[in-house]
Design a protein around this ligand. Structure first.
Ligand code: APR
Length: 225
């Protein structure tokens, strides 16, 4: 049975592609209040502001490129079973070549019906505008898990993490639950490595590579059997 590598990623892996993180200096949550742009109440209160926040991020994503960290993780698929569990809503893991990606917090390149959540549409990097509706006439919204909403992929992600033979954590502050709680799903004997140039995540028994994603993932890959 092939060695199963599970990689839990956050905004830090895409920082080296030029996309803002959330909680670093100059991060997205310094410029916007979560409560104005990333909750269902915000969407009900000011649809135009919320749609513009995600339209801006979608346009930025279109001109971004996947980086070496994304690509190295994809290349591992030729030697290992690899599953990426990401909190990121960008498509850079897929554009870097990864084929098993679980998006815990949704995807920028998809829209869904604000009234019929089973209706999800690929929109690429196009804007969602007020008046854009699903096939049943309800306003479209970003296919993003907002604060206070369920995380539909959580059980699937926990099952994947429990089957890991190695866990690599790249570029997440592990401050947002339930995603951060996935770290506690691995058995005690499973090695955990954290790649992060900042304050390492609160994973006491992990090995830390205190470098940026590109350099840190390259170091970690070099050490694999
Ligand atoms: N390489 C690797 N890690 C980096 C880099 C880099 N070049 N630059 C910053 N980091 C690290 C930071 O040190 C921090 O630990 O990336 C992490 C970014 O943390 P956050 O900004 O909190 O992003 P994230 O953990 O992904 O946030 C989780 O919060 O707002 C919600 O839904 C949103 O998915 C997001 C969730």
């Amino acid at each position: 049975m092939q060695n199963h590598i599970v990689v839990l990623t956050g905004a830090g892996i895409s920082a080296e592609s030029g996309l803002s993180t959330f909680r670093d200096n100059g991060g997205l949550w310094e410029e916007h209040s979560v409560y104005d742009v990333a909750t269902p109440e915000a969407f009900a209160r000011n649809q135009e502001l919320v749609l513009r926040f995600y339209n801006d991020r979608r346009r930025q994503l279109e001109s971004a490129q996947s980086n070496q960290a994304h690509r190295l993780l994809a290349e591992l698929e030729s030697r290992y079973r690899v599953t990426v569990v990401t909190q990121n809503v960008d498509d850079l893991h897929e554009r870097g070549g990864s084929s098993n990606v679980i998006h815990l917090h949704g995807e920028l390149t998809k829209a869904r019906s604000s009234r019929h959540p089973e209706l999800v549409y690929d929109i690429g990097y196009r804007d969602i505008r007020q008046g854009d509706t699903c096939e049943r006439g309800a306003q479209l919204r970003p296919h993003i898990v907002w604060f206070g909403e369920e995380v539909p992929m959580l059980d699937r992600a926990a099952e994947v993490v429990r089957s890991a033979d190695q866990l690599l954590i790249v570029g997440t502050s592990l401050q947002v639950y339930p995603a951060a709680g996935l770290v506690y799903e691995v058995d005690r004997e499973i090695p955990i490595t954290v790649v992060d140039p900042g304050e390492p995540a609160s994973v006491s028994r992990a090995r830390f590579i205190c470098k940026g994603a590109c350099e840190g993932v390259a170091d970690w890959v070099a050490g694999l059997p």
